[in-house]
Design a protein. Structure first.
Length: 310
């Protein structure tokens, strides 16, 4: 009798463990991706007076298991502006709001170096202390090309970030900090390395021609190369407009999400952005769609109806 009870208890425990493993294998993680988030200028003035530039979309973003954004500014108190047409530096006062609405940020863009390496290093330290994970940059070249692996519901998601927009002056080096620059051979290597650490691998690209609604041939070739190398999806930003989408080998490519929190544009096309919703599991991307946002004069996004469901 005692043996039977012991075997029965073992059977129940085994079944429970098996069910738990099955549940993990079937878990679906909903990831919300947003485009360029710039917390200086108009959005910075909102924060300074106690307003929240995310307020109109916050409840919708809260429905995601993971929220990913491109942080298109430096968050620092020091540094000298680079000699370029547009430089963006946000006050550290914006960090609590960023953490409230975004879970992880890409810094692989052409504005991370706007105020020099001292400001960049300050930003990394502030993000670390605030508990805001980042990717696509590092304190050296090796660190910049490492995937950021985020786990949700037992699903491990590897995020890689790359900048393709010149000048290349702020690329990370062997012994100094900066962004991960997109070189095909290195990108393929990074994806293959990330596949060994995670169930899902997604590169987040900063690429393409500004204000151009169609992806160019370089974007298309690289996106397909990344999927051939093992990426489960490819997502992009930088053009300040949304761009076209496609499916390659059954995997989504969203070339540009456009702006998200950003002011200074007068054209409606620049003030329309997308939230990309990706449902992912251990077997890959289960479903995806985009939802439009309209950005007001202060740089705050407002929700609009869903645009696309493949």
């Amino acid at each position: 009798m005692k043996r039977w009870c012991g075997a029965g208890a073992l059977l129940v425990a085994t079944l429970a463990w098996s069910q738990a493993v099955t549940d993990l294998d079937q878990a679906v993680v909903r990831v919300a991706w947003v485009g360029d988030v710039m917390l200086a200028d108009g959005p910075g003035r909102l924060v300074k007076r106690g307003d929240d530039p995310f307020q109109y979309v916050a409840s919708r973003l809260d429905e995601a298991d993971l929220r990913v954004a491109n942080l298109e500014c430096v968050i620092a108190s020091k540094g000298q502006a680079a000699d370029k047409p547009w430089t963006f530096r946000a006050t550290p006062q914006t960090l609590p709001l960023l953490k409230r609405h975004v879970d992880v940020v890409s810094l692989a863009n052409n504005h991370s170096g706007d105020f020099g390496r001292a400001a960049f290093a300050e930003m990394l330290g502030r993000l670390d202390r605030a508990g805001v994970p980042y990717f696509g940059v590092g304190r050296n070249l090796r660190e910049a090309h490492q995937a950021r692996v985020i786990e949700r519901k037992g699903v491990r998601i590897a995020l890689l970030g790359y900048d393709e927009f010149f000048p290349r002056a702020f690329e990370a080096g062997d012994n100094y900090p900066g962004v991960a620059w997109s070189q095909d051979e290195q990108v393929v290597h990074d994806i293959q390395q990330a596949r060994q650490q995670a169930d899902i691998v997604i590169p987040f690209m900063h690429w393409g021609q500004e204000h151009e609604p169609q992806a160019n041939s370089r974007q298309r070739e690289l996106a397909r190369l990344m999927i051939d190398a093992g990426a489960d999806a490819v997502v992009g930003t930088h053009p300040h407009v949304v761009q076209d989408t496609e499916t390659y080998r059954g995997k989504p490519i969203v070339y540009s999400l456009g702006n998200f929190v950003f002011d200074g544009f007068s054209e409606p096309v620049n003030n329309t952005g997308w939230v990309l919703w990706l449902d992912v599991g251990k077997q890959g991307v289960h479903a995806w769609h985009v939802e439009a946002v309209r950005i007001d004069r202060q740089g705050s996004p407002h929700p609009a109806s869903a645009l696309k469901q493949p």
